[in-house]
Design a protein around this ligand. Structure first.
Ligand SMILES: Cc1cc2nc3c(=O)[nH]c(=O)nc-3n(C[C@H](O)[C@H](O)[C@H](O)COP(=O)(O)OP(=O)(O)OC[C@H]3O[C@@H](n4cnc5c(N)ncnc54)[C@H](O)[C@@H]3O)c2cc1C
Length: 455
């Protein structure tokens, strides 16, 4: 029988067990609500370590969780008992300025990836918090400030290296193992462990960006204007809508601290000298109570809210894709926004139109190409005593808005919501995902995920 000390001798990275001094830190993920105790955590230094860990776990019959940035809301980057295969030490990034591509190892965060790309005037579309892992983000979709102009993260994926359940190492792209390449673009960690991603780099340098906030007494008007106008603006101009409480500190004026407000966070990625023109329709609308927009590097925008959402907070979210926001839905939004339970709890509407919407719904496993927004309602608080309160608010808010949605959610905004919700995410792509799962992972070795069950 293999033991973890035998495993340790075969691993270039590190093997952490419950008796290791690093264990308590290593088992934690971003969401402070998740409290799981794996038997062993393998911190991989390279592909060989990933293969060794997979083969060991398979031979020993261990449950395996895969960890990239650890940001998954449902805590899918860690399991009870079994093994965590942690790729976070694998942070190599190589930018090719000639082909304008970016090769990144699976442990990279968005900050790692775009720090390297920015130096060459490139960016890979990713999310709004720089500490999120590119692996989980990309394999589920990847929406953010560049979505309207350049598509989802997975729309910019050209190739991946994968360790399969049987330990084989394969490359998947449009030319090679194209079924696997189709499935991993939206199907998450169901099919194997991605060890590196090859992305198309998009030309992005300085952006003109930042938040505008309005008083809640104007929220109906702001949301109606946002609904009617925001997606008619040029695709270089992206704005996500939010209900929020104002953080109690600079740069916000004291009279706004803790106040519930609504806002739009803008990001214009076109030529800076045309930003003013792009913002003209925004400027014609009601002046915001507070504004903090200006030119900045894309990487600065990507880390703008990192301080508000530090790791370890209690976190419960629910999402849905949305294509219309009727006035009755706005009534419900206003009702629940008025009850925001804690300082960091929020509701965001992320645009997923433009370039993301021009990809066919069967071209990748990501199905909701007709959606206009990916909505997320998220209860957040540092205090575990408030876990029930933020969860109840999120569920009630979601239940009130779900009838106005397209019926399914972005897979990366799901908790443990059951097979029907997973099927609702993939719709008529589900059967093809199932066939590919049966081909590449018939024993369901990779099941700590939004699971496509081969049985
Ligand atoms: C603060 C915050 C902000 C966010 N903002 C955005 C946003 O703007 N846009 C957006 O689209 N999403 C956003 N998300 C959601 C995010 O995309 C998901 O939480 C995603 O799962 C995070 O990826 P990770 O690698 O950090 O997660 P992890 O918890 O490490 O992994 C999650 C799951 O991904 C799979 N996985 C991870 N690595 C691999 C791998 N190498 N091979 C195969 N499977 C793997 C596994 O199934 C794993 O269980 C945000 C999340 C948080 C917490």
């Amino acid at each position: 029988m293999n033991t973890s000390s035998q495993l340790a001798t075969a691993i270039r990275g590190s093997v952490i067990t419950p008796t290791s001094s690093e264990y308590e830190v290593a088992r934690k993920v971003y969401n402070g609500m998740i409290d799981r105790h794996p038997d062993v955590i393998v911190r991989c230094a390279n592909v060989a370590d990933v293969r060794t860990a997979v083969n060991f776990a398979r031979q020993e019959g261990l449950t395996v969780a895969i960890r990239g940035g650890g940001h998954n809301g449902a805590g899918l980057g860690v399991c009870d008992h079994g093994m965590v295969i942690d790729l976070s030490p694998m942070k190599g990034v190589r930018v090719d300025p000639v082909t304008k591509t970016v090769r990144a190892e699976a442990g990279c965060t968005q900050a790692d990836l775009n720090h390297a790309a920015q130096s060459f005037g490139l960016a890979v579309p990713a999310g709004i918090i720089s500490t999120t892992g590119i692996a989980g983000l990309t394999l589920g979709g990847g929406t953010g400030y560049l979505t309207r102009k350049y598509g989802l993260s997975l729309d910019n994926l050209l190739e991946v290296d994968v360790v399969l359940a049987d330990g084989r190492f394969v490359t998947a792209s449009a030319q090679e193992n194209d079924d696997l390449f189709w499935a991993i673009r939206g199907g998450g960690g169901n099919f194997g462990i991605i060890t590196s991603f090859l992305f198309r780099g998009c030309p992005v340098d300085q952006v003109f960006a930042g938040p505008m906030l309005w008083e809640m007494e104007n929220a109906r008007e702001v949301l109606q204007w946002y609904r009617d106008v925001a997606l008619t603006l040029p695709e270089e101009l992206y704005g996500f809508f939010a209900f929020l409480k104002v953080p109690p500190g600079p740069p916000f004026p004291e009279e706004l601290h803790h106040k519930t407000m609504c806002g739009i966070v803008w990001a214009y990625c076109g030529p800076l000298d045309q930003a003013e023109e792009a913002f003209r329709p925004v400027r014609k609308f009601r002046a915001p109570k507070f504004e903090l927009t200006g030119p900045m590097p894309y990487t600065a925008l990507q880390s703008m809210f990192d301080g508000i959402y530090a790791p370890g907070l209690q976190w419960y979210w629910r999402g849905d894709f949305v294509s219309e926001i009727p006035d009755q839905a706005i009534d419900e939004h206003l009702k629940f926004a008025a009850q925001l339970p804690t300082l960091q709890s929020t509701m965001h509407l992320y645009p997923v139109d433009g370039a993301a919407g021009r990809v066919g719904r069967h071209e990748t496993a990501f199905s909701y190409r007709e959606a206009k927004w990916s909505m997320v309602i998220v209860g957040v608080d540092p205090d575990p005593a408030n876990a029930a309160k933020i969860t109840a608010w999120t569920k009630d808010y979601w239940s009130a808005l779900h009838p106005y949605s397209l019926g399914g959610a972005y897979v990366n905004f799901m908790m443990d919501e059951g097979i029907d919700r997973i099927k609702a995410t993939y719709r008529d792509n589900y059967d093809r995902l199932l066939a590919i799962k049966r081909k590449y992972d018939p024993e369901n070795f990779f099941h700590v995920n939004q699971n496509i069950r081969p049985d």
